[in-house]
Design a protein around this ligand. Structure first.
Ligand code: GTQ
Ligand code: FE2
Length: 347
């Protein structure tokens, strides 16, 4: 700083700074790191390994009953740059959730929106505002803001999946509400296809002509099935000239992001190919569904395999290299930045 000294020799100035502090005021000219030439994220590039997540998730299953602590057995990725906060980035929560055989995570709702991406297994069904949604590997399931949700595992095998929430954003806005709800008593797992899919999942380019009532501010389709995603990726990769194909999950009626605060995308990279490096404002969490490769984030290079979770900080360039055909699911906060006129992207 080019200004004068802030203490010492001048008693009048010293007294002034003491009086400012006493009055709970701070001069702008003593602040650092507020108006930086470009984003300086506290979030660090990082990767959590599948083997470790799985082993620790299973230990949680053996040691901690599901009803202890919010009725969810969840291990949150804590970014080492965030001073111990349970957040994967400054704006996103990412966690693995473990549900043992015959366990139920009972109903509740909250203003932070959530999504689940299933990495392995099947058999759990989630009830979202009364609509039963089956969960299998590769599926994306939405539990939008303020919808009641509960998870049921009627099978004999445990299941783990990735949760992503906009919790840090809603917390920063001091708009968190939470309440417990009444859980289902009937077994609804036989409803193989949710009402949301029957109404809004008719197929590519098809939507109902008549809507009985206003649409919610999130996608009315609450489940995106792996068979559809896989088919889309396969044909997109066939016509791609780069060896990579990226698809965005969208609201089938309005074509926009699935949630007001979160954007979901999936990238398939052919064996031996790589994506172009790019960066954007806002952070992104990613997980590997299939394949093997390396993900470059800022100045770090992480080798990855299925079930790994990694995070891309704001404005950090990143790219994917596939050593074996690689499917990478990502969630970002891009809709928030776009809504506020803060979204920037460059290659
Ligand atoms: O499954 O309802 O990872 O409420 C964090 C908060 C999952 C859930 C999380 C939650 C849930
Ligand atoms: Fe929840």
């Amino acid at each position: 700083m080019s200004t004068t000294k802030f203490s010492a020799d001048e008693p009048a100035l010293d007294r002034f700074y003491a009086d400012l502090a006493e009055a709970d005021l701070q001069p702008l000219w003593t602040q650092h790191g507020l108006l930086t030439p470009e984003p300086v994220p506290r979030t660090l590039p990082y990767r959590w390994r599948a083997a470790e997540l799985k082993a620790l998730g299973e230990r949680a299953g053996a040691l901690v009953p599901v009803d202890r602590g919010g009725d969810r057995r969840v291990l949150a990725c804590a970014n080492p740059g965030l001073g111990g906060a349970p957040y994967v980035s400054s704006t996103l929560w990412a966690a693995v959730q473990y549900l043992g055989p015959h366990e139920v995570a009972p109903a509740h709702r909250h203003t932070p929106a959530a999504l689940r991406f299933v990495l392995e297994g099947e058999g759990v069904w989630t009830l979202v505002d009364g609509d039963p949604i089956a969960m299998s590997a590769g599926d994306l399931v939405l539990t939008p803001s303020w919808t009641f949700h509960e998870h049921h595992n009627p099978g004999d095998a445990s299941m783990m999946w990735l949760d992503v929430l906009d919790l840090p954003v809603v917390h920063a806005l001091e708009a968190v509400f939470f309440e417990i709800g009444p859980s289902a008593t009937a077994d609804r797992r036989t409803d193989a296809v949710s009402e949301s899919e029957r109404r809004f999942g008719s197929g590519p380019g098809l939507r109902p002509t008549l809507l009985d009532g206003p649409l919610p501010d999130h996608s009315p389709l609450l489940a995106y099935r792996w068979a559809d995603t896989d088919r889309g990726l396969r044909s997109a990769l066939e016509v791609s000239k780069t060896g990579a194909a990226e698809l965005r999950y969208t609201d089938p009626v309005r074509g926009r992001d699935v949630l007001p605060t979160m954007r979901c995308e999936i990238t398939r990279v052919a064996e031996g190919a790589a994506t172009d490096s790019s960066r954007q404002t806002g952070s992104r969490v990613l997980t590997v569904l299939h394949g093997r490769g390396r993900i470059e984030i800022g100045d770090r290079l992480f080798d990855v395999e299925p079930g790994d979770i990694a995070v891309v900080p704001s404005w950090s360039p990143w790219r994917i290299h596939a050593d074996r055909e690689l499917d990478v699911f990502t969630t970002s906060d891009a809709p928030v930045l776009e809504a506020l006129g803060l979204f920037r992207r460059s290659s």
